[in-house]
Design a protein around this ligand. Structure first.
Ligand code: KG4
Ligand code: ZN
Length: 343
């Protein structure tokens, strides 16, 4: 089976072609056209600007990917399904991918799969591995700029949200903290790099909700705590790496603690770390070490780095489980939903 997938939910125009052989999802070609340089000027994603950029880049990105996959000739491409992110995300950005996918499906008479972006992030961990080795129940810690969730999966395509943030997402907290310290955008990778230069310090920030009995998160108080510490400290500009270190550590401690607690409660046989914040080295290492220490029988799956932040291969990977069951969406009924729920 071959799937062409499109992802335009935020600020990356991404297209991929995946193929499934021997129970393994392989990526035949993929392109991610990033708008980060444009949005950096504004310190965040400007929805109107993002949508216009998607309009400009969607067809060149599609064409390049089809050429790379050897699928562009005078015939209809040899693909079995077209997958597209229909939500959640910025509605004007989503529309560009959705309308492109709708037109292709109609013109080529190829069935459509409408995909949830979060489901895509989790599926990023299933690329390039033998799918029969994935054991359930599975706990997916999904951490991005828009979402922070703990998801329970009992099989591919079956989800239950068991915890989520009550306010800011973890990636959003990184981005806002970076803005506060004026170190650039996007905040996550910048804070993580600065943290590597930190010297030992007495700076202490809270670990919100780390001891709560549920699996929810809250990161807006942490951001405010950082703001108060910076205001109190006349010399904070000379201690930016130390503030970054403690801020990152606070987020990592809470995420790891809740993921482990959830895995214990649900007897998880696999833990997946997914979403843009899964690119964070400290988070990857800390979760890995804690699993080895506390849950040595549990497998740990992380996407390759390029499949942590937004990309289209992960959307194609998630679509495979729908296409396999012929769960297609009529091209006339395909809709964007900026608040699309996972379940
Ligand atoms: O999944 P993603 O590409 O887009 C959304 O669906 O939101 O995630 C983007 C988020 C941003 O908030 C960015 O700061 C964060 O992921 N991020 C990181 C790192 N790389 C990206 N956060 C922490 N450490 C990183 N290395
Ligand atoms: Zn994302």
């Amino acid at each position: 089976m071959k799937i062409l997938s499109l992802e335009t939910s935020c600020d990356e125009t991404a297209v991929a072609v995946i193929s499934i052989e021997n129970n393994t999802i392989n990526v035949l070609a993929e392109t991610v056209s990033s708008q980060i340089d444009i949005h950096t000027q504004y310190g965040g994603v400007v929805p109107e600007v993002a949508a216009r950029e998607h309009v400009l880049s969607v067809l060149p990105t599609l064409k390049k990917t089809l050429i790379d996959a050897n699928l562009l000739n005078n015939n209809i491409p040899d693909i079995d399904a077209i997958a597209v992110t229909s939500g959640p995300g910025l509605v004007t950005s989503l529309l560009v991918g959705v309308e492109t996918a709708r037109a292709l499906s109609y013109a080529w008479q190829i069935p459509l799969v409408s995909l949830n972006h979060i489901e895509g992030h989790v599926a990023g961990a299933f690329i390039n591995i033998d799918l029969s080795t994935v054991k359930f129940p599975l706990i997916a810690l999904t951490v991005s700029g828009g979402h922070t969730m703990i998801i329970l999966m009992t099989e591919f395509g079956r989800f239950e949200i068991i915890g989520e943030t009550r306010d800011d997402a973890a990636g959003e907290a990184f981005d806002k903290a970076a803005k506060m310290m004026n170190v650039g955008y996007p905040g996550g990778p910048i804070i993580s790099q600065l943290a590597e230069k930190a010297k030992p310090s007495k700076i202490k920030l809270p670990r919100p909700m780390i001891h709560s009995t549920d699996f929810d998160f809250s990161f807006s108080g942490l951001k405010t705590a950082l703001l108060y510490e910076l205001k109190k400290d006349n010399d904070w500009q000379n201690k930016i790496p130390e503030y970054c270190f403690e801020f990152q550590q606070a987020i990592v401690d809470v995420l790891v603690s809740k993921a482990i607690k959830a895995a214990k409660k649900y007897d998880a046989r696999t833990i997946v770390l997914a979403g843009g914040v899964a690119a964070n080295k400290t988070l990857r290492q800390s979760l890995n070490n804690t699993i080895i220490d506390k849950l040595p029988q549990t497998n740990f799956l992380m996407p390759e780095l390029k499949y942590t932040t937004d990309n289209a291969a992960m959307i194609g990977a998630a679509a495979y489980f729908h296409a396999k069951q012929k769960a297609f969406t009529d091209w006339q009924k395909l809709k964007t939903d900026s608040n699309l729920k996972l379940v």
